[in-house]
Ligand binder design. Structure first.
Ligand code: PMP
Length: 366
């Protein structure tokens, strides 16, 4: 969709990357790190200053204590952290319970581990899951629960009660949990409950996050994971033969970012709240049915009021015909029919770009 957007000069509300830069201090820290000679392989677990900054951040925001020596590993983005975790924790034939629609690397990572995905479907308007469907998805072969809250692409933030049920089931069935929390600082309406803060979950959870969203540096690919020593070492062992290490100067810069004062983080979420409200109001005004996200920088909409049934067809046509790009949500389901009429728009874009996209959609509207 990004390639189609470029071909047709479309406003790209498809792929989730900001069209603006992150904090100046963080960008300057990357340049300083390069000039300071931090240009060779990092240690396998990541540069100490980043691991210490992650530990301090976890304590400061979520009251979670992790040892930077043994419980934190820097990764090539959250994507590698998820990939390496699944390669490390799964054997052939193991099952993974996850929620669909999902971030698309999950299914590929599960397949490459030789494991089997057992999706539980989140349905609009609120994208909550059905507790009985969740219980039914767990079998004796289930090994890992793969969570993502706040959730891409739906924007759902799982309420505490739902997370508590997941924690209860993880204990009951002795499951490991991989919790992708890359949108931890993008929650608008509810509270973010880090999964590892729930009773008994810290010792069985690999928590994953990334600099990509929080500091608007998706191109740097600096992520990290926090887990008890045995799990962290297992994931490190898989990661060693994927990338080994990456991005030494950017690891230094992200350490600076994690230490920014509170007003950076509050300003960040307020800016995005404004963008969410702007895009949701614009899309609603056009007549689309919009499922307002409680978190992330994505919103999904039902395109049927525009006279379309198939999101894939709609998104292939839209860049050329309307000059706007979006992503068909159906590609994030095991069975695409479940999300056929849904489309995802990203609002990590300047207000001018969001306004221009709405204006173009207004002209295009049937
Ligand atoms: N997890 C989720 C849920 C995401 O939405 C994304 C980005 N789209 C990632 C991971 C990727 O993070 P990174 O760029 O750090 O690999």
């Amino acid at each position: 969709m990004s390639a189609l957007a470029a071909t047709h000069g479309a406003v790209n509300l498809g792929q989730g990357f900001p069209d603006f830069d992150g904090p100046a201090e963080v960008l300057a820290a990357a340049k300083d790190a390069i000039d300071g000679g931090h240009n060779q392989y990092a240690p396998g677990r990541g540069v100490p200053v980043l691991r210490e900054a992650v530990a301090t951040h976890q304590q400061r925001f979520w009251d979670l204590t992790y040892d930077p020596e043994t419980e934190i590993v820097a990764t090539a983005g959250a994507t590698e952290a998820v990939f390496a975790s699944l390669q490390a924790l799964l054997d052939t034939g193991d099952e993974v319970v996850l929620f669909e629609p999902y971030y698309d690397s999950y299914l590929a990572s599960i397949s490459m581990a030789g494991a089997v995905a057992r999706p539980v479907t989140l349905r609009p308007p609120d994208y909550r899951f059905d507790h009985d469907e969740l219980r039914a998805a767990i079998t004796p072969r289930t090994r890992v629960l793969l969570l993502n809250s706040p959730q891409n692409p739906t924007g759902a933030v799982f309420p505490r009660a739902d997370l508590e049920l997941l924690a209860e089931l993880a204990s009951e069935h002795d499951l490991l949990v991989v919790a992708d929390e890359v949108y931890e600082h993008l929650v608008f309406d509810d509270e973010h409950v880090p999964f590892a803060t729930l009773s008994g979950m810290r010792e069985r959870t690999v928590v994953i996050s990334s600099a990509a969203k929080t500091f608007s540096v998706t191109g740097w690919k600096i992520g990290w994971l926090c887990a008890p020593p045995d799990l962290a070492t297992a994931v490190l062992t898989a990661k060693q033969f994927v990338t080994f290490v990456n991005g030494t100067p950017f690891q230094h810069a992200v350490a600076t970012g994690l230490g920014l004062p509170d007003d950076y983080f509050t300003g960040f979420v307020e800016t995005y709240r404004g963008k969410r409200d702007r895009l949701c109001a614009g899309l609603t005004d056009l007549g689309l049915e919009v499922f307002v996200p409680a978190g992330t920088y994505f919103v999904t909409a039902d395109i049927r009021p525009f006279g379309y049934e198939d999101g894939l067809e709609f998104c292939r046509m839209l860049p050329k015909e309307a000059g706007v790009a979006a992503v068909p949500t159906q590609v994030f389901y095991v069975d695409p029919r479940r999300g056929r009429h849904l489309v995802r728009f990203a609002f990590c874009k300047t207000d001018e770009a969001l306004d221009e996209a709405i204006e173009r959609l207004r002209r295009f509207r049937p």
